[in-house]
Design a protein around this ligand. Structure first.
Ligand SMILES: NC(=O)c1ccc[n+]([C@@H]2O[C@H](COP(=O)([O-])OP(=O)(O)OC[C@H]3O[C@@H](n4cnc5c(N)ncnc54)[C@H](O)[C@@H]3O)[C@@H](O)[C@H]2O)c1
Ligand SMILES: [Zn+2]
Length: 368
């Protein structure tokens, strides 16, 4: 049984996200149906060792000429160096304009392979085969691709939508539990943005998904992709509504940056904590009821994710966090842009948040 979710909007060719079990084995038939001249897998060393042969054999069984290039696992592979290495390999293998890139892995592989596909011969098709929960519910859908530079993350990239996304729930069985929980944070975020009933389910009956239960995971991935697909369909280039997907990310990114993007907090853990903070700040400002901030926190805690600065072994400085939140924009006139909440399932963008008020809030939260 698979579920198919359409992604359609203004400027891009519509495509579908398929969620289900056994999709790695079915990748060959799914890709062959798109009629590429050949298909080439881009993966990382960890994922290729676990799932590479399943996908390669499936492509070969459909008579597709295929091959595989790997990069080291980890964020450091979102680099010019690895982008060049992947592109050079595609050229060396003689891929043409009708060839297809198959991105097999987490968000790192999806972002890197997607950008390589966007650039190769001015753009060839690619299929996303996301193997982390984060990639299934977030990075594989929406067409953002990028690499990092020493000056910042995701600064070099392109919009390049995939032709199809194959999200195999069974692929998540080998994912370390901390990675599952981290992806769960983005699932919770989607509920917090626009589906209160889904969020409450995630915190109660669905909570087993955060521990890897495949049935709960499948339902969570399906609803999460529906929400992301709808938002991306309305606003591909982030002119408006797509910015809501940044809920928890301004606080979260500041925490990650202060920790030098180390092991203390994963991205998902930082986002979970950032979502709880965005709700508490909203409650403190009288924008939402205190009970809604408590409801948000309870759902996040049910997954074993952090919701308080005191959950992190680090003393954050309020001024440093504010500087990170303001980013390069130097907090124009002491103003920040934040996604704030009226209730669980009802959030909005505020481009005129008083940095001083946030600073006072951070100190109340335990920052120095
Ligand atoms: N394009 C977008 O819209 C978008 C959105 C969100 C995040 N991102 C990007 O996604 C990246 C993070 O993605 P991620 O969290 O998937 O990280 P990741 O790709 O680094 O994967 C995490 C780790 O899990 C391993 N792994 C992957 N699948 C596995 C499996 N099935 N079994 C065992 N191990 C497996 C990987 O080798 C890696 O070590 C960041 O670079 C971020 O910028 C992009
Ligand atoms: Zn995120």
């Amino acid at each position: 049984m698979t579920t198919t979710i359409p992604v359609a909007g203004g400027a891009f060719a519509p495509y579908e996200v398929v969620v289900g079990r056994g999709l790695l084995k079915a990748a060959g038939a799914e890709v062959a149906a798109l009629k590429p001249t050949r298909a080439f897998i881009v993966s990382d060393e960890t994922v290729a060792a676990i799932h590479g042969e399943t996908v390669r054999a499936s492509l070969a069984a459909e008579g597709l000429a295929t091959g595989l290039v790997t990069v080291p696992a980890g964020e450091a592979s979102k680099s010019f160096e690895q982008l060049e290495a992947v592109l050079d390999r595609l050229l060396a293998e003689g891929l043409d304009r009708k060839s297809m890139v198959v991105a097999l892995g987490g968000g790192v592989v999806g972002d890197l392979a997607g950008l390589a596909a966007a650039l190769f011969m001015r753009g060839i098709d690619f299929v996303q085969v996301p193997t982390t929960l984060l990639a299934q519910v977030d990075s594989s859908v929406g067409g953002k691709t990028a690499i990092d530079t020493p000056r910042g993350k995701n600064l070099i990239g392109a919009f390049h939508q995939p032709r199809r996304v194959l999200a195999d729930i069974e692929a998540l069985a080998t994912l370390p539990m901390r990675q599952v929980r981290s992806g769960w944070a983005e699932v919770l975020k989607h509920g917090l943005i626009c589906d209160a009933a889904f969020f409450d389910w995630l915190g109660n009956e669905g909570a087993a998904g955060a521990q890897g239960d495949p049935d709960a995971l499948e339902r969570a991935v399906i609803r999460s992709v529906e929400i992301k697909a709808q938002i991306v369909g309305e606003d591909e280039k982030e002119a408006g509504r797509r910015a809501l997907l940044n809920l928890g990310h301004t606080f979260g990114h500041a925490l990650e940056a202060e920790l030098a993007f180390g092991e203390t907090l994963t991205h998902g853990e930082a986002v979970a904590l950032g979502c709880a903070m965005a709700f508490r700040y909203s409650a403190q400002q009288g924008l939402c009821a205190a009970s809604e901030a408590e409801r948000a926190e309870a759902g996040i805690r049910a997954a074993g994710l952090p919701t308080r600065l005191s959950d992190v072994e680090h003393t954050f400085a309020a001024d440093a966090l504010i500087a990170r939140m303001a980013g390069d924009k130097k907090a124009e006139g002491g103003r920040l842009t934040l996604i704030l909440a009226r209730a669980v399932g009802d959030v909005f963008t505020d481009k005129n948040v008083d940095a001083e008020a946030v600073r006072a809030f951070l100190i109340e939260e335990g920052a120095a």
